[in-house]
Unconditional design. Structure first.
Length: 319
């Protein structure tokens, strides 16, 4: 049985940043309007980026340049989650860090002991998205990881980070290089770890039905929301594309061409409820918003697949 569009019930939005709200130093059209609208209805935005290049304080400064006001506890980043995990498990132990100076400063703020060399008393190799990566760091990490007693922790499993020109290797890409070299697999503290979502929800006492995780990547952003038991929305401005939904195990509840389309759908849904109208957008088990030109082009190549999926989804065509 079809039910009304559930976006009107959302109050707490957990946003990825790179490829979702912005790219590099450029904020996407619609991002600021959506964030302002969330605040105007008494909601709250959180930023759950897996980018460990910047600390939470760095992100506050970056958002100021976009004329967006934010406070530190709105940023539940992969680096922050990693710091909390390491504080709990390695408080008095030495950590060999492969990361940026900003990431190292955040680790130090938690009172953790750091080194850059494979010393005998190293307990864990910690890897972040390191834009200062040099081969010496990789070599020292390998030396430590060939000792079975040394643990392996990564901030996030993303293989690549979107940029204005394409992509660059992310933490997951760096860890994959170490993995194929040492046969060691890291524990990832960032998305898709459900703890990221739970840390946000605990701050505001959010109910699962009030939460929406928004991102551009299926295996981190969407998987994170699924793991935490909340609904998810995919945007096609980063890594994932409409054709990726055909075979994914991480199916979003909603998908949009961009963040402005999400803003428009969310506002329309809330205004319809306020005015006592039924939203003209319907959903079944999944509601997938496709730009009509993209969907039409893909259906022409995948008719059998979409005939099957049309029985599961109510598709909304966006001009």
């Amino acid at each position: 049985m079809l039910k009304g569009n559930d976006l009107d019930s959302k109050k707490y939005f957990l946003f990825d940043i790179d490829g979702t709200l912005a790219i590099d130093d450029t904020i996407y059209d619609g991002s600021r309007e959506l964030l302002d609208y969330i605040e105007s209805i008494g909601g709250r935005a959180f930023y759950i980026t897996n980018n460990s290049v910047k600390s939470r304080k760095d992100y506050i400064e970056k958002f100021k340049k976009w004329n967006i006001s934010a406070v530190e506890n709105q940023f539940v980043t992969a680096s922050y989650a990693t710091c909390k995990y390491l504080k709990e498990h390695y408080e008095d132990k030495k950590l060999l860090v492969v990361g940026t100076p900003s990431f190292e400063e955040e680790l130090k703020s938690f009172g953790l002991k750091l080194t850059h060399e494979a010393e005998e008393d190293v307990a864990c190799v910690v890897v972040g998205f390191d834009r200062t990566l040099v081969y010496e760091k990789v070599e020292e990490a390998c030396k430590a990881l060939f000792r079975p007693e040394v643990d392996f922790v990564g901030t996030n499993p993303d293989y690549r980070c979107p940029t204005a020109f394409g992509f660059v290797p992310d933490c997951g890409g760096i860890c994959e290089m170490l993995k194929v070299t040492t046969d060691r697999t890291p524990y990832y503290a960032g998305k898709p770890n459900a703890q990221i979502v739970k840390m946000c929800m605990e701050q505001v006492g959010a109910k699962p039905e009030e939460v929406l995780v928004v991102g551009d990547r299926l295996y981190t952003d969407i998987a994170c929301g699924i793991n935490a038991g909340v609904e998810t929305a995919l945007v096609y401005t980063g890594e994932a594309k409409p054709e990726d939904l055909v075979a994914t195990e991480f199916m979003p509840d909603y998908a949009f061409e961009n963040i402005r389309k999400l803003y428009e759908a969310f506002r329309k849904s809330r205004e319809a409820v306020t005015e006592g109208k039924n939203p003209d957008i319907q959903m079944c088990s999944k509601q997938i918003y496709f730009p009509s030109c993209i969907l039409a082009r893909h259906i022409s190549k995948q008719i059998p697949t979409y005939l099957f999926h049309l029985n599961v989804w109510h598709l909304v065509f966006l001009a």
